[in-house]
Design a protein around this ligand. Structure first.
Ligand code: DQA
Length: 149
């Protein structure tokens, strides 16, 4: 069987991780998160392709381009989680199994963060475990792809 390929999408402001509101998001940088995911991907024997953008359209384009290229999508859409019908529709359109992750527990925070447009088009969501949310999300996504429950 061909190796599974997972697209990892990081949305707006996540390029500033490490410096950005460390009390909320911790001190781990985006590069360190990608390295953590790379190590786990090797252990799981899957391929990952990380991409970060601060632009909604670039994220939509990346989701479209995933068709036929990637079998799973791990996404932290950042603030677009709470605003973007376009990203939600792109995920629904390509029908690639998706796991939504957040560093912070969005349900413990301001009310405007309690709603996710991404959740209804995702297999599931992991929120509140810092950098580990990505790690848990990758494992959950790969388990689902290898053996859907
Ligand atoms: C976030 C939570 C969002 O509400 C916020 O806008 C972010 C990061 C998280 O990972 O905790 O940019 O997605």
């Amino acid at each position: 069987m061909q190796e599974l390929s997972i697209l990892i999408l990081h949305g707006p402001n996540l390029n500033l991780l490490g410096k950005r509101e460390p009390g909320v998001y911790g001190t781990v940088t985006l590069d360190e998160i990608n390295q953590l995911l790379e190590r786990e991907a090797e252990a799981l024997q899957v391929k990952i392709s990380p991409f970060q953008s601060n632009h909604e359209g670039a994220l939509v384009d990346a989701i479209h381009a995933a068709m036929g290229q990637h079998q799973g999508l791990l996404i932290n859409a950042g603030a677009y989680t709470h605003t973007s019908v376009a990203i939600r529709d792109a995920i629904a359109a390509v029908a690639i199994p998706t796991v939504e992750v957040h560093l912070s527990n969005i349900y413990k925070r301001e009310e405007f963060r309690h709603h996710s447009y991404i959740a209804p088009v995702s297999i599931g969501q992991i929120s509140g475990f810092g950098a580990q949310s990505y790690w848990l999300g990758l494992i959950a996504l790969v388990n689902h792809l290898k053996k859907p429950v």
